[in-house]
Design a protein. Structure first.
Length: 143
């Protein structure tokens, strides 16, 4: 889908997910610490770009910090929508903060099982085990 729609694939996937949002029971093991919570979706990212310039799910996500960022959107209500808007814009005064953790290793289990997507494509389903491997990929950027 990303090949045909580019960055819009992320927006389309998000809108489809909000159409009839099922709540999942998540069990997150974050660097050995367990968190259990309900939510619409869980995002694990090393880069929080939403596919458009300067549009990030969380302003504090840093691609070069060697950590994964785990963010959970809890509900499809006005307060949660304000929380997402607040996180994207960096204006921390709207809604409650989104649950957000940073870790080197994350395990996500979900009931019911959730589809796992990466870079706009469906990969597999939960459980998902992620780990940062520092220095595994060299990235060249313009000077």
């Amino acid at each position: 889908m990303k090949d045909r729609l580019g960055g819009f694939a992320y927006t389309l996937a998000g809108l489809k997910a909000l159409k009839d949002p099922p709540i999942a029971n998540y069990r997150l093991v974050i660097d050995g610490h367990t968190e259990e919570l309900e939510g619409l979706w869980c995002m694990i990212a090393n880069l929080a770009s939403l596919g458009a310039p300067n549009l990030n799910l969380a302003q504090e996500v840093n691609v070069s910090d060697g950590l994964l960022d785990v963010i959970v959107v809890r509900q499809a209500d006005l307060d949660s929508l304000l929380s997402v808007i607040s996180s994207v814009t960096g204006e921390g005064k709207l809604g409650k903060p989104l649950p957000h953790w940073q870790a080197r290793k994350v395990l996500v289990e979900a009931d019911p099982v959730q589809a796992v997507t990466g870079d706009g494509e469906i990969w597999e389903s939960t459980p998902l085990d992620c780990e940062v491997i520092p220095g595994a990929v060299n990235i060249l950027v313009p000077a």
